[in-house]
Design a protein around this ligand. Sequence first.
Ligand code: NAD
Length: 504
Amino acid sequence: LGRSHLSTAAEPSSSKSNPPRVPNLIGGSFVDSKASTVIDVINPATQEVVSQVPLSTDEEFKEAVSAAKKAFPSWRNTPITTRQRVMLKLQELIRRDMDKLALNVTTEQGKTLKDAQGDVFRGLEVVEHACGMATLQMGEYVSNVSHGIDTYSIREPLGVCAGICPFNFPAMIPLWMFPMAITCGNTFVLKPSEKDPGASVMLAELALEAGLPEGVLNIVHGTHDIVNAICDDDDIKAISFVGSNVAGMHIYSRAAAKGKRVQSNMGAKNHAIVMADANVDATLNALVAAGFGAAGQRCMALSTVVFVGGSKPWEDKLLEHAKALKVNAGTEPDTDLGPVISKQAKERIHRLVQSGVESGARLLLDGRNIVVPGYESGNFIGPTILSDINANMECYKEEIFGPVLLFMEADSLEEAINIINSNKYGNGASIFTTSGVAARKFQTEIEAGQVGINVPIPVPLPFFSFTGNKASFAGDLNFYGTMISTKPGSSALVYQLHYLGVTF
Ligand code: NAD
């Protein structure tokens, strides 16, 4: 398990060691790092050491940047149709290796195989989007702006770009980054999450198999030191970051001080408003899937439900649904949620739940003491629900990033919207209602990047941008989409209008 990503034609010698070392990719070759320090990549369900990721040296980082810099002139002059065809081939290869990729994601990250397939598939859609880059790159032209003078604008590649990835979508997020950047004609240095680097390496192998020239995509593993080197390096022109606020704001300010463009997608506290007129069955299913799916480790996971008119009428049924979920290793059939990423993450989630209890929340469902037969040492937490939450509680203020749902109450839609808009994050928000009037008010007044109406996890497909506002995003150019800057606060609205029984 999890070793397939090292068994390629370009196999480095260390892949034969046990556990295998994850190679860097520099100038078209998979190479062992000379680093003396490594971090264990641990299967969260079993604690098995899957591989070891090196803290690459500064010299290796510089070699990767220099390979990317060297590859840039000829890659930017490669016809865009040829660059697109590499993506066309890459999407075919990702489909071919979908199961292998998904198994690696489950082994290193813990999510269910079905969620892992989704992780790969969402990234694959960005590769498909990049296949149409020529159209996306069209500029503007106005003739005769003055006597005999025409003006036009051209979209040009910047040069060497870099990507810094989080652990929660080890296939999708690297695929948010490098396919768009390189198809535009840039070259790239990717720093995968040190917790689950395997999928990035497998995807890079596929990119080379698809015909990507050497040096166009490079991978350097590491943690803070490599990240700081990326921020400081004068040859790197732009950075894509996805992860927590502490890292994201550090990277945003350090790299911006060096004049780089940075897009920084950060933490979240995604709310749903449930109106009394919401369709009961559809809402229950949506809340449970969005709150507990992927063990709550999606940046668009639902963390807080605001019940307008009170949570009591919903509590029994929600408990019933939540208790029916199966917690198990992601490789086991019928698992609904797998483990959280690490022992530290599990301890942190336990602590935040406990702090909620101590500050007066009602613990409706406690998943902290769950034991999964056969996987006793896994980092499992069962679905957990805290009710009577108020905005001053630590468990509300902090992003929990685990299978924990918080219940709040409001007397009116107005009050519910105010609660959400007062939260520091603004990644996603949803409303469940059959009233077109309520839906429209919510859509107009809510301060969130992704807005769902009767859709629990409103993630935009790649022809729109993934946005975010307030503390959830820093920068002015969003990921994928038309690559046109969206003003902070503008929303990629994702609709699936289910205004049951309402005409307007
Ligand atoms: P993280 O910030 O701990 O790590 C992300 C990357 O930053 C890693 O590659 C890590 O090596 C590096 N890093 C971490 N701390 C650093 C520091 N102090 N200095 C320099 N580099 C540092 O995030 P994570 O735990 O891997 O991912 C979970 C977070 O990502 C959650 O907050 C989640 O909401 C967020 N996320 C956001 C989106 C979005 O689109 N808004 C999508 C996915 C995940």
